[in-house]
Design a protein around this ligand. Structure first.
Ligand SMILES: Nc1ncnc2c1ncn2[C@@H]1O[C@H](COP(=O)(O)OP(=O)(O)OP(=O)(O)O)[C@@H](O)[C@H]1O
Ligand SMILES: [Mg+2]
Length: 497
């Protein structure tokens, strides 16, 4: 008797002659939650795309329920009961939640799509998942990015999967929403569904996963029971050098002085936010905490001139901000949460992506200083440990975490006066997270004002001089200095307790 629902043996995969997976082995038991861990670019998504029929392996075998499986398309994989929730969203924003869930096989009535049945099915599924705040009738684009992930999960489960791959499902979820997801995962486990779980949030692994496989440079370096290992051991196996992974809070002795650089007064946005007022000072790291959908992203996008339908006063050094262009000219930078959609031109090289927001600064008369662009790209590839073949590589071909780092890097390279970060460490590995926090502190020490949204409370606690908690449509609480003592305190404030 073989209890493995899935066995992957000696899987090999190259891209343009560069080996990404080298005799990689992986197995999955029935009803197991199995973590697949590794640094950015280790090969996790590639292995899972092979399992899902998106990429074809160069060598090796895949067995499902003991039977050799030939997976040449996503359809093949579906037939074998494999479903994957991608790191990159695969939803159609303009279509409704229900349409997205059942798009691959909508119920038809005499050749026509049976909308009512789709809607009813979607409703049942969302109810079963205990996701009660999503209306299947609304367009996906009207939902917060965090909810897109929930729709992805519902979509995958609608396909009667017995093996479910989740590639960083919680990267934009807060603690409360993550708990809701874990509840769903436990239900699935009980029903005998096996889950492969990719995450860069180490603590989650111990909470939800039975076993852990660590991938490093395309090789399985260890598969262990999670109760038999520790976070330190995992990180040690995962990363090359002894990575600086300290998330200890660093007291910065910051004191507000002079005039604030950014001033927000009586800000209101639809029925999401009202009466929001705060100041941001040069050299300050100000955190913005709140639940998914609490309006954090809307607030910073309004400040940056992207959104229009708000009221109140927002001023940068005393002057109102008229548009995104105006915001950029005034020295504001915003690193968006959904970087694949908003932050990157996927078909362009790393270098062009780096040059984009800085083109003005790189102009020499009518010419653009290409060398400067190349220098900056190299500098940030080094600073953020971006894994790429060359600066000419297309952004599309980079791993998820490395794409994230490019977007972050290109805004840092602009040398902003006010740096707004929406989930700055989403998708990056633990070493890069610590490094990004270090860079943020360094910039603040140089006088940059930082406004940072994060769902990872440990990050806010580690980095911020002050934290505003959005709850019930407004700034419900403000914590500063010694009040920012633990994640617990912050967690309670976010839940309005
Ligand atoms: N289609 C492709 N063409 C060329 N190179 C690719 C392609 N897909 C992936 N790669 C490369 O393969 C390597 C592994 O990428 P993969 O996406 O599997 O990493 P990952 O472990 O999922 O990382 P992350 O944690 O950042 O998501 C990376 O160096 C990436 O640039
Ligand atoms: Mg990946």
């Amino acid at each position: 008797m073989n209890e493995n629902v899935l066995e992957m043996h000696n899987i090999e995969k190259q891209f343009n002659g560069v080996p990404v997976l080298k005799k990689m082995n992986f197995s999955l038991k029935k009803g197991e939650v199995h973590a697949l861990l590794g640094g950015n670019g280790a090969g996790k998504s590639t292995l899972m795309k092979i399992l899902n029929g998106v990429y074809t392996k160069d060598a090796g075998q895949i067995r499902i329920d003991g039977q050799e499986a030939d997976l040449h398309s996503v359809e093949d994989a579906h037939k074998k009961g494999i479903a994957m929730i991608y790191q990159e969203f695969s939803l159609l924003p303009a279509m409704s939640v229900a349409e997205n869930i059942y798009i691959t096989r909508e119920w038809k009535k005499g050749g026509l799509i049976d909308d009512r049945k789709n809607m009813k099915k979607a409703e049942e599924l969302l109810k079963w998942l205990e996701i009660d705040n999503i209306d299947p009738r609304v367009a996906v684009e009207s939902l917060d990015v965090g909810y897109w992930q929930m729709v992805e999960i519902a979509k995958a489960l609608s396909q009667d999967a017995k093996i479910l791959v989740m590639d960083e499902p919680t990267s934009s979820l807060s603690k409360t929403e993550t708990k809701a997801l874990f509840k769903v995962i436990r239900q699935l486990k009980e029903k005998g569904i096996s889950i492969i779980y990719i995450s860069h949030r180490m603590a989650e692994v111990f909470e939800i996963c039975d076993r852990v496989t660590i991938l490093r440079d395309g090789v399985n370096v260890a598969t262990v029971e999670s109760r038999d290992t520790t976070m330190e051991e995992i990180i040690d196996k995962m990363l090359d050098a002894a990575a600086k992974t300290s998330f200890e809070r660093v007291e910065r002795n910051f004191e507000q002085s002079g005039d604030p650089v950014l001033r927000v007064r009586d800000f209101a946005y639809g029925n999401k936010l009202a009466d929001v007022s705060f100041d941001l000072y040069p050299g300050e790291i100000l955190g913005l905490a709140g639940l998914m959908g609490s309006g954090r992203t809307e607030l910073v996008e309004s400040i940056f001139g992207i959104r229009r339908n708000w009221t109140g006063d927002v001023a940068m050094r005393g002057e109102p901000i008229k548009s995104k262009k105006d915001a950029m000219n005034k020295g504001i930078a915003l690193v968006p949460e959904d970087r694949r959609q908003e932050g990157l031109i996927l078909q362009h090289s790393i270098k062009s992506n780096f040059m984009l927001p800085s083109v003005r600064q790189m102009r020499k008369g009518f010419l653009i200083d290409d060398k400067k662009g190349a220098d900056i790209s190299r500098e940030y590839i080094e600073k953020l440990s971006i894994k790429a073949d060359s600066i000419k590589q297309m952004a599309m071909l980079l791993s998820g975490g490395n794409q994230q780092k490019i977007v972050l890097g290109k805004w840092l390279a602009r040398g902003p006066r006010v740096l707004i970060l929406d989930e700055p460490t989403i998708g990056v590995d633990v070493a890069a997270k610590a490094e990004i926090l270090r860079i943020i502190r360094q910039l603040a020490d140089e006088g940059v004002a930082v406004l940072m949204i994060s769902s990872e409370l440990s990050e806010l606690v580690a980095a911020c001089d002050r934290i505003l908690v959005l709850y019930n449509r407004t700034v419900n609480k403000e914590l500063s200095g010694r009040e920012i003592e633990s994640e617990e305190v912050l967690h309670h404030a976010i839940q309005g307790l």
